[in-house]
Design a protein around this ligand. Structure first.
Ligand code: IPM
Ligand code: MN
Length: 357
């Protein structure tokens, strides 16, 4: 008898539908190794939900996520919703889900795939050993602080956003960073702007307390501007980077591009409720509906889902190994295509991975 796990699939917008469909095929095939069957529950969020219900995150979607074993999300947003009111932008769906599910931590592993080593915009010798995880705080800081949209006239027209951090928010994200580092090389870089921001000074004080209480961890402290520079000068130095919501958003895009494979990078958002898995890249409206999107970021996110939420470690390992093999065999979607490689579309890449599962 196999065990059934419930996963909410949120396609979202743009290429979301295509890449989630690809990942579902892979997961269904892989989880048989752990004697698991998936019951997929499709729910809407983002632009698609705005069109269907007039709101980006219907209560029904939240409810389904709350009771599921995991959530797999494609991507949300697109130009057709650029002019909707700020309160119902498609991005509100993902922010609302993070808050509703208590997903205070976003894990973004950045590594170099051997087959793609020469895809980084950095010199090959700089990126050979790149293998780090960004631990981004996800339900606090300026993303969720008070704000006022622009008001007033002329030069005095004013808008503002407030950055706040409570001690408990910093402590729990530091705990995840420490746990993550303990399973890796034991090194943490805590990133802040403590030379200017009060919230960063609290952040750093708590990071230092945690470092003192966990002597097996080697913690250092960098300002965010310096970190942005170090990421292109010497990205191999990092093991675990722990940082605030806004800094983590910015640094994770930089980290992704350093790896040369933005389309391949997965993420897991974890916390107190059901965890959510999604690729780092966006909804790529320019290529949506053409069946050519790279599904590997979503497929690798689904591998993280198997490992952390579905108790399917064999499936997770099998998916990650199959992706490596497909890349080594030369299969490439358009975004990572180079001369001499085997150009495939979304279905072709999915089939290529599937054959190695
Ligand atoms: C990300 C995205 C989101 C964020 C957007 C879509 C709200 O850029 O997950 O990094 O800023 O957190
Ligand atoms: Mn981002």
């Amino acid at each position: 008898m196999s065990q059934t796990k419930t996963v909410v699939a949120i396609n979202g917008d743009g290429i979301g539908r295509e890449i989630v469909a690809a990942a579902r095929r892979i997961v269904d095939a892989a989880v048989t190794k752990d004697n698991i069957t998936i019951e997929w529950v499709e729910k809407k969020a983002g632009g698609e939900a705005i069109d269907a219900y007039g709101e980006p995150l219907p209560a029904e979607t939240i409810k389904a996520c709350e009771t599921a074993d995991a959530v797999l999300l494609g991507a949300v947003g697109g130009p057709q919703w650029d002019d909707v009111a700020p309160s119902i932008r498609p991005e509100k769906a993902i922010l609302g889900l993070r808050k509703a599910l208590g997903l205070f931590c976003n894990l973004r592993p950045v590594r170099i795939f051997k087959a793609l080593q020469d895809y980084s915009p950095l010199k090959p010798e700089l990126v050979q050993n790149v293998d780090f995880v960004i631990v981004r705080e996800l339900t606090g800081g300026i993303y969720f602080g008070e704000r006022e949209e622009a008001e007033g006239e002329g030069p005095n027209e004013l808008a503002w956003d407030k950055e706040t951090y409570h001690r408990y928010e910093v402590e729990r994200i530091m705990d995840v960073a420490i746990e993550t580092a303990a399973k890796r090389r034991g090194k943490i870089t805590s990133v802040d702007k403590a030379n200017v921001l009060a919230s960063s000074r609290l952040w750093r004080k708590i990071a230092q307390e945690k470092a003192a209480a966990n002597p097996e961890i080697d913690m250092d402290y960098l300002y965010v501007d310096n970190t942005a520079m170090q990421l292109v000068v010497n990205p191999g130095q990092f093991d675990v980077i722990v940082t605030t919501n806004l800094f983590g958003d910015i640094l994770s895009d930089e980290g992704a591009v350093v790896s040369g494979s933005l389309g391949l990078l997965p993420s897991a958002s974890i916390g107190t409720g059901t965890a959510l898995y999604e690729p780092i890249h966006g909804s790529a409206p320019d290529i949506a509906g053409r069946g050519i999107a790279n599904p590997l970021g979503t497929i690798l996110s689904a591998a993280m889902m198997c490992r952390y939420s579905l108790n399917a470690p064999k499936a997770a390992d099998a998916i990650e190994a199959a992706v490596e093999k497909a890349l080594e065999a030369g299969y490439r979607t358009g975004d990572i295509y180079k001369d001499g490689m085997q150009r495939v579309d979304t279905n072709g890449m999915t089939a290529a991975v599937l054959q190695y599962i």
